[in-house]
Design a binder for this molecule. Structure first.
Ligand code: ADP
Ligand code: MG
Length: 231
């Protein structure tokens, strides 16, 4: 039956102080199930990046509980939190954030190399295999500026998967790409999700004319997100 990976309850996030205080997340409760592929759609400013940052433990919530793989992530000490994050969560951003002086292979191997304190043969082999999976077997030694937008995002996807995360958070991963490239990158994420049962939560901007300030959620499979983006 349902196999929860992440449980979120009564999550709120405020920014600013005093009169300028605004509540961006207004009490969200949902579960992400293992192997799920969920897309969150919402207009710019609706809180997508804020939510992903909180789920990824890069930003603390104002209130609420977060539990991933049975571990409570609220009030966890920073060093343990960063270990947990490095081990279990992969990130893909709208802007690839690849290191410009590094090759594709080095960019993908970097998280594992940094964690282990060295870049072993096993690390390089896994990085190479991932780059082959994302269709970049012939670009292993290209530096970031020599890659196209879609290729950079493929490298970023390979990098996110390097540590075999249980969850990949992808914030508008196709936001910077043309339509055809965006479709290819989305299909690639879906393939990765199917092949490995890695859970994916991706966001995409939706026009404010259809969404207003209330973002919409759609799930490609079982939808378990409830009560999110409450207006
Ligand atoms: P989205 O990713 O959907 O465009 P964001 O999560 O980036 O939305 O932002 C949601 C709201 O929170 C916006 O009104 C934004 O201005 C505000 N916000 C985001 N980050 C901060 C911050 N660090 N300080 C103050 N306000 C912020
Ligand atoms: Mg955003």
């Amino acid at each position: 039956m349902s196999d929860p990976l992440y449980r979120v309850a009564d999550l709120t996030k405020d920014f600013g102080e005093g009169e300028l205080r605004t509540r961006v997340l207004k009490g969200m409760s949902f579960e992400l199930v293992k192997g799920e592929f969920v897309a969150l759609l919402g207009p710019s400013g609706s809180g997508k990046s804020t939510l992903l940052s909180i789920l990824g433990t890069l930003l603390a919530p104002t209130s609420g509980t977060l539990e991933m793989l049975g571990t409570s992530l609220v009030h966890m000490e920073e060093r343990r939190l960063s270990e947990f994050r490095n081990r279990h969560i992969g990130f893909v951003f709208q802007f690839h954030h690849l290191l410009p002086d590094f090759s594709a292979l080095e960019n993908v191997a970097f998280p594992a190399a940094a964690g282990a304190g060295r870049e072993g043969r096993e690390t390089r082999e896994r990085a190479r295999a991932l780059l082959e999976r994302v269709g970049l077997a012939d670009r292993l030694h290209f530096r970031t500026p020599k890659l196209s937008g879609g290729q950079k995002q493929r490298v970023a996807i390979a990098r996110a998967l390097m540590m075999r995360p249980a969850l990949v958070l992808a914030d508008e991963p196709t936001g910077n790409l043309d339509r055809q490239t965006a479709d290819q990158v989305l299909a690639l994420l879906r393939d990765m999700n199917r092949a490995d049962r890695t859970t994916f939560l991706i966001t995409a901007a939706s026009p404010s004319s259809t969404g207003g300030r209330r973002a919409k959620r759609s799930s490609f499979e079982r939808s378990t997100i409830r009560g999110c983006w409450s207006a």
